[in-house]
Design a protein around this ligand. Sequence first.
Ligand code: HEM
Length: 531
Amino acid sequence: MEGVVTSGLFSQLVKLCFYLLALRGLVVYTYRWLISPLSHIPGPFPAKFSDWYGAYYSALGSLHLRTLEAHERYGSVVRIGPNKISFNTISALHTIYSARTLQKTEGYVAMLPSPRVYNVHNVIDKDVHRFKRKIINQGLSEQRMRDFEPAMNNQIDIFIQNIRRACKESEDEWSEPINMTTPCKYLGYDIMGQFGFGQSFQLQIKPDNRFLVESINLSAILLGVYFQFADLVKARLHVVFASRALKLRKELQALMERIVSERVTAEKHSQHDLFSFVIDAKDPESGRGFSFTELWAEGRLLLIAGSDTSSTTITSLFFYLSRYPECYKKLASEIRGSFDHASDIHSSMQMVECIYLRACIDETLRMSPPVGGTMWRKACPGSGGIVIDGQCIPEGVELGCSAYALHHNEEYFPDSFTFKPERWIVSTDTSKESVDLARRAFAPFSLGTRGCAGRTMAYMETSNVIAKTIWYFDFTVAGGHFGTIGEGSSDGPEGRKRMKEFQLEDHFTSTHEGPYLQFKLRKEVADQLPR
Ligand code: HEM
């Protein structure tokens, strides 16, 4: 009898909880839809109710496409979450990312690898950021990059050797198809291992550490979801849904600890790496340097920030050159006419004069920005909000611009889905005004004090890899099914139908597959190959 009463009471309680939750949902969602100060801003209907919208499309890798679509449909100001506004104008871009009264959002804190371990990218506090950034800027300065360049070029030579090995002996035959995503990723991580800790991960030469690529890809997917919906971290979804990511993260942690401890025991200045510099670097004002934990947090960040992004740029550029033969021809003629020998291919006046190469890199960063999503900001507490393009944005609301959406805004980039390096070069067909306009709307590295610290390195790496590859090889799209991997498809989902666009999955940084290319060694330069 007592049991029957207890179970009756229990089911009543469950019902009550259910009704209370439903009522709370009704109140919250009605408020967000009809009463919120953002309710007048148009946008995709489900996005008004919950950040599940952003989290879902981020997990699918298509939030950049949904953001562009929303701007095309609703205009330059779009509500893309209950508390998130995306802008798509040059004026908004410059106001948001240079405003002193805006700061990064809680989504960045959700990216912490361990509690309270901040790095220069995810730290919100402006004073702490200023201190970290001053030191990192010195570590990534042009002079430091020049010192590091020979070590970078050694890694690029391994990349070239690996393609050479895939080539056939006969001059007339193409190599087997190579999925360019893979060697470009291995190269990116090997360079960043060398740069951060003085030793490459050796992904290019042996399989032992290649789990690192999957580990970082899975982490990026998870972090992308949390970046859009920071409260999900509390639900610890990763414990349920991402057991493989967590397992690989442990392996990565062990690998990094080994590399860091080997670096610590080696002579401090034995390498031109970030460690050798940062270990002694001090903030000129406060005299403070990095603690060991901070150094570790920065090294881990740079591994992700510097490798995935540059390798996506290089892979995308291979894709576009293989799809636009006239651009490929022009670039090959510039590179093969600018240098006398492979050993001349590094940062130099000759490289600076390769303006078509630079235009190809910029056009790739425009078409397929490796960080294409919206970098959320919000007004600092007590600032009273901010006005952007005539819209009053109250404190607490997240706002930003998506590089992918801006880069495909037809007002700034006519025929925006066509790869046209010429749009970056003033000529009889391209006015100075249109190049200036394009420059102001171009934001692959974001802007302002929180803009990318590694631009110099990214351009150096991309230029050297592409110039050396074109110096040594001819390449073409693989035949058959392989040749289609990486491109859009007419029967693909919305936003993925454009065949000549390299398909990126945007999860904060991006993942991708392909393009599959086939190579032939140019016999006239074969004797210059590094041994
Ligand atoms: C093509 C390659 C690259 C692209 C497209 C890129 C893009 C970006 C973007 C968009 C941001 C701003 C992120 C935000 O607001 O949350 C950023 C920040 C950052 N990037 Fe890059 N990046 C590239 C390469 C690199 C490299 C090679 C390094 C270092 C070796 C690097 C280091 C950083 C750092 C440290 C930050 C944080 C800056 C701060 O908050 O003060 N990046 N990058």
